[in-house]
Design a protein. Structure first.
Length: 249
């Protein structure tokens, strides 16, 4: 377990960061919320409808795989704001601007949701970070993470692998997916290849009111960010961490 976490990594492996909130819908969010966000958020913005918005609402809401999918995307400075029937998320453009920029953006977007009165209760909120750690040889991937797997009497050592597991920590569910080798093409056209460590930290709320949640929201964001960070650094070995050139002050 990591006891002292670095403040930053000089060789930043992060390719994506997403905060998502899922909620009930008391009004036609699809028709109203995109316009409200466009009006209320400051700075330069553009908005586009995503292909899934063409599907009838009844089909989207009946399919668990589509229910929380974004229907509109707002291009807003360093971030994208993704709007669905029952979800609202903020994702970072590459390169990651850091938590000190990401956190205020999340708070501002969710403030607009609160003041819109389009939702009353929250199902869950989550914070997901996806890292791609470069390697010299994909056969070394197992040695880069704190992982021991024995299947049918065979110990995983140099073979390709993809593993997903749920880890409880600090009262939250952490869905961790590790892939030994993958290639990601970012929206900028940049290609990243290496070991993928994907940590999705979920805080279930089970119908807490939006007002009650927002009263504690900055502290809750720091808590979910800290948990996600701890899980990530617990996933990688000390040599892997050192290769990323951690900074502790």
């Amino acid at each position: 377990m990591t006891t002292t976490l670095p403040k930053k990594l000089k060789k930043e492996p992060l390719i994506d960061a997403i905060f998502e909130m899922r909620f009930d819908s008391v009004s036609p969010v699809l028709l109203i919320l995109p316009g409200i966000l466009f009006r209320e958020l400051g700075g330069e913005k553009t908005i586009e409808a995503l292909p899934i918005a063409q599907l009838p609402p009844e089909i989207r809401r009946a399919d668990p795989n589509l229910k929380y999918s974004p229907l509109h995307r707002l291009d807003w400075g360093l971030f994208f704001v993704n709007i669905g029937d029952f979800s609202l998320s903020v994702s970072c453009k590459y390169p990651y601007p850091g938590w000190n920029a990401f956190k205020p953006a999340i708070i501002e977007v969710m403030r607009v949701l609160l003041e819109s009165k389009l939702t009353k209760t929250i199902e869950r909120y989550s914070l997901k970070y996806i890292d791609v750690i470069p390697f010299s040889d994909h056969r070394l991937s197992v040695s880069m993470v704190n992982l021991e797997v024995m299947i049918a009497g065979h110990k995983l050592e140099k073979e390709p692998f993809s593993i997903q597991v749920e880890i409880p920590k600090n009262g939250m569910k952490n869905i961790v997916q590790i892939v030994s080798s993958a290639k990601a093409t970012l929206y900028t056209g940049v290609i990243k290849e290496g070991l993928v460590v994907d940590v999705d930290t979920v805080a279930n709320q089970n119908g807490v009111s939006m007002n009650a949640l927002f009263d504690r929201f900055p502290d809750l964001l720091d808590a979910i960010h800290q948990t996600n960070k701890e899980v990530f650094f617990d996933c990688i070995t000390k040599p892997t961490l050192n290769s990323l050139e951690p900074v502790y002050e």
